[in-house]
Ligand binder design. Sequence first.
Ligand code: SF4
Length: 165
Amino acid sequence: MSERALPSRDERVAALREARVVLVSACLLGEACRYDGRCQRSERVLAALEDKDVVPVCPEVGSGLPVPRPPVDLRGGTGVDVWAGRATAVERAAGIDRTEPFQRGARLALDAARRFGATVALLKEKSPSCGSQRVYESGQLRAGEGITTALLRAEGITVLGDEDL
Ligand code: SF4
């Protein structure tokens, strides 16, 4: 997965405005699929999707991980580095490597985008899967993207975060 120039916030928001079908983090729609068993329902997100066809995805639950589940941090880099084999997704407390299910969930999200013709994804910021501008690496919030976002972008899908709205 090579480095590439990302669209600006204005360009990302414009892409969302023009999109007909949008892949969306299910937690932003009100699905209680977060690691802590809660949702992250966002009225701003719902308003932005009013005239769109929505494809909800939760890459982590899609991969078979339970709700609730232990929080996971990226280690050694961000989502791009995970796909390059330089970084991992690891349970914060127990240190268990969850890279494989996180990558599987990302592929399922990409499959859903392709199947339904989504060219834009609106995902939850700061998540190790769905983050698009900032993610936690080894407990520190830093610039970068999650594992699902990195894959979607590599496949030409424009990804923006709820904090872009
Ligand atoms: S941020 Fe992504 S992986 Fe996390 S709960 Fe929401 S949809 Fe699922």
